[in-house]
Ligand binder design. Sequence first.
Ligand SMILES: Cc1cc2nc3c(=O)[nH]c(=O)nc-3n(C[C@H](O)[C@H](O)[C@H](O)COP(=O)(O)O)c2cc1C
Length: 336
Amino acid sequence: MSVTAAEIPDKSILQTIGDRRSIRYFDPDKKVEDWKLQTMLQAGRLASCQGNINATEAIVVQKETTDLWDEIEECVSGFNVQIINQCSHLIFWVTNLNAWYGRANDGLSTLALSGALTKYHGWNYEFTMTQTVPRLMSFPTERTEQLLRFETGMAVNQAMLAGVGLDVGSILIAFGRKPGGVEKAFGLPPHFRFTWGHAVGYPLEDEKAGGQRVRLKFEKLFHKDSYGNPYMPDAGVNDVLQSKGMIQEQAPIEGRFEEIQALADKFGREPGVVSWPEREVKRLIADDDWDFGPRIKARAEEVIATEELPDYPEEMRETFKKLMEEHGLDTKKYLS
Ligand SMILES: Cc1cc2nc3c(=O)[nH]c(=O)nc-3n(C[C@H](O)[C@H](O)[C@H](O)COP(=O)(O)O)c2cc1C
């Protein structure tokens, strides 16, 4: 036994959600304990899944012990290379499409045996076997893939939150450099989809990672009774969520830019953050959809006043216009 129950902190779920950040700087000298990895995987395993078919699997990889590191590194998107080399472990979350076709019957049977599927809701064996299961099994793989990848996302998020509860940092990372490369490296059978890569480790940056990242306003995302009718948040609820640690101070908090400067110096990497053109920053900060607090507004002003900002790539304007118009977007909002 590597841990006792008494050693595991009891962090509330609201605090855990509030504490989660995508961590991009990991301590290369600290390995995450096996029991913590197991706890994260257990959290993924316990995530809800349709018909209890258990389609989400994961391959946990450590750079020091795998034979596949070079192949893995070739696949990861360029902006994630530092991350994978400094994190403790990588988790490759994969989705088994055949769980849908092979395990629907047994999965539902486990739910019946567990006392979850009952006659109360209209379940009966004959209907299940002549209608429900054959209908599910007749789905084309594209539809099944969409459904099951959603479930994998749920499992991954539970694993990440379990990690946060144990002070383990996480970030999901794209492996876009070599499409199909991850499946090939692991020799995955064709009915498996590589859904996402997940780097795990102890944060080298402050656990607040510069503060909670801004989102769109609540009422711009959530609707009441009909689409387009804003669901207005209650200021009192927000205050309580703040006091429970779920809603936290918005990034960038004091000292964030000094922190990333120091991290760049420590590892001999290029310092600084990426900048957008002045007009673009001004347009964004004036956009009422975003929940911009005072810190990010002040940062925008500081950037405009002090940084050398790039020009908008005029040669790309037409491309962006065309891409947005293809989706019926109001280009005037973005391309004034
Ligand atoms: C599916 C998914 C893929 C992501 N891929 C990357 C990635 O490849 N590299 C990266 O630096 N961040 C990646 N992120 C992290 C997001 O950029 C991050 O969630 C966003 O910056 C918001 O910050 P927060 O997670 O700290 O709230 C990914 C996030 C998700 C959900």
